[in-house]
Design a protein around this ligand. Structure first.
Ligand SMILES: Nc1nc2c(c(=O)[nH]1)N[C@H]1C(S)=C(S)[C@@H](COP(=O)(O)O)O[C@H]1N2
Ligand SMILES: [Mo]
Length: 443
């Protein structure tokens, strides 16, 4: 608190760290958004094809949820510093700032000659900087709400629901981008000496100090870029650079721990009655006819000699029937209210006296599509082996005659057209986890 030099250095570090962090967050966020901009809202679809942006969803997700942690960490450090150092007093708007806002903007636009008197920041800066902190926090909160709308259901709820949270996330992106744009324009307008002052931290216009910190920051930025290049060039693990894979796994562990603590809200909505969307047609080649379809159940895949069960549709239909209405969510960014009927997976296990193991593997009849899941999620009350969707028997394209419905996971785990279910102590193969995506894939 007594050393202003130290303060300014810390503020500069936080401020300039935001440059690579924000750029990476915005870029990776757009990669996620673009993956499902099927209506070409942002840009026409030929634009995405041209730049090959459609196929970068997995990369976008990995980068977003790796860099996001650093962005949050930097933000928290900044806010704590702002409060502890007392700098917030210079930054946050006061009654005087409110009165000066319009005159200041008029002056900035060249419509008013003299600038209202101000301290370290003028009224417009005070408002802009304060609101960008607010929108940064909103971006994080709404981001978490759409990242984990089941596990952080309370947050999604507090923000007005999943769709609203998604809108707020998008809004904060627009506000922050707009802020960055105006910020840069202002700096260019103010001229090069002021840019140097800004590099030194706009709050600390002692230009003579700026050389050291400028060099420091360049070094810092280079170090960051080198780290980043290193990340991208790192050896691959299941189609993702190893550090991305590690982050995805770590994120999975974090959210699994949340699950175990029991703080889970059930996704539950009213089915919209629309014609259900069809997404993904891998492994739908087997027989879809209820009478000739077969299900193989291996309760211990770790033992080659374990006895396997072969079940038929009538065996499944004989089990207690449950109906659920849920909001089905695809990792590509669309969600839809759907209802399903079938047997709870937990009741299926009980009926056949199957001893649960840590992992469950499911495979389509032709072996082309396969997923694996943690047993906790499989035992969830809304996890069904479903044979009906929106009040009618499953259609072949939606997985007839039997599919997995597990609303606490993304669509990728909801395997259509099950041919085999097995249990193991080791994590069985998973189609999308082998292609750069998150294995846990929980909401
Ligand atoms: N057999 C199989 N199951 C699958 C897929 C697939 O390609 N093949 N796609 C998954 C994905 S990515 C989604 S979003 C859902 C879509 O389910 P729906 O087509 O019934 O809407 O199915 C999942 N189950
Ligand atoms: Mo999906």
């Amino acid at each position: 608190m007594s050393n202003p030099m130290k303060h300014s250095l810390w503020l500069r570090v936080h401020h300039w760290l935001n440059v690579p962090l924000l750029l990476l967050m915005i870029w990776s966020g757009l990669l996620i958004y673009w993956a499902n901009d099927v209506y070409g809202v942002f840009f026409p679809s030929w634009f995405y094809k041209l730049l090959n942006l459609e196929s970068q969803l997995a990369d976008g997700i990995s980068v977003h949820f790796l860099v996001g942690w650093f962005f949050i960490l930097n933000g928290i450090c900044y806010i704590v510093y702002l409060v502890v150092s007392g700098h917030w007093r210079e930054l946050f708007p006061t009654r005087q700032t409110v009165r000066q806002l319009i005159p200041t903007i008029l002056h900035d636009l060249g419509l008013r000659d003299e600038a209202p008197p101000h301290g370290k920041f003028n009224a417009a800066q005070s408002f802009a900087y304060t609101s960008v902190i607010f929108f940064g926090a909103l971006a994080v909160a709404s981001g978490f709400a759409i990242y984990k709308p089941v596990q952080l259901g309370w947050l999604a709820h507090a923000l007005g629901g999943y769709e609203v949270a998604r809108g707020l996330h998008f809004l904060s992106l627009l506000v922050i981008s707009g802020f960055i744009f105006v910020h840069i324009v202002q700096v260019i307008r103010a001229g090069w000496p002021n840019f140097r002052a800004m590099v030194a931290g706009a709050e600390f216009p002692e230009v003579h100090r700026s050389r050291v910190s400028f060099a420091l920051l360049i070094a810092f930025f280079l170090a960051f870029s080198a780290t980043w290049a290193g990340l991208r060039l790192a050896p691959q693990a299941d189609e993702a650079p190893a550090p991305f894979r590690k982050t995805l796994e770590l994120n999975g562990k974090i959210w699994k721990a949340f699950y175990n603590s029991g703080r889970l809200n059930l996704a539950s909505t009213n089915p919209s009655g629309k014609i259900p969307r069809v997404n993904g047609d891998i492994g739908l080649g087997g027989v879809t006819d209820r009478d000739s379809w077969e299900l193989v159940v291996d309760s211990n895949a770790d033992d080659q000699n374990s006895k396997k069960l072969t079940l038929h549709m009538k065996d499944i239909l004989a089990l207690p029937r449950t109906e659920t209405a849920t909001e089905f969510k695809c990792i590509e960014g669309w969600s839809e209210d759907m209802s399903f009927a079938g047997v709870k997976f937990s009741e299926f296990l009980k009926a056949y006296n199957i001893q649960a193991k840590p992992y469950v593997g499911l495979v389509s009849s032709d072996g082309e599509y396969y997923v694996s899941l943690d047993i906790e999620s499989m035992m969830h009350d809304q996890t069904l082996l479903a044979y009906e969707m929106n009040g009618a028997p499953l259609k072949p394209e939606n997985g007839a005659p039997l599919r997995l419905v597990i609303p606490i996971k993304y669509g990728i785990k909801n395997l259509k057209h099950i041919g085999k279910i097995f249990f193991s102590d080791m994590r069985p193969p998973d189609y999308w986890a082998e292609r750069g995506y998150d294995w846990y894939a929980g909401l």
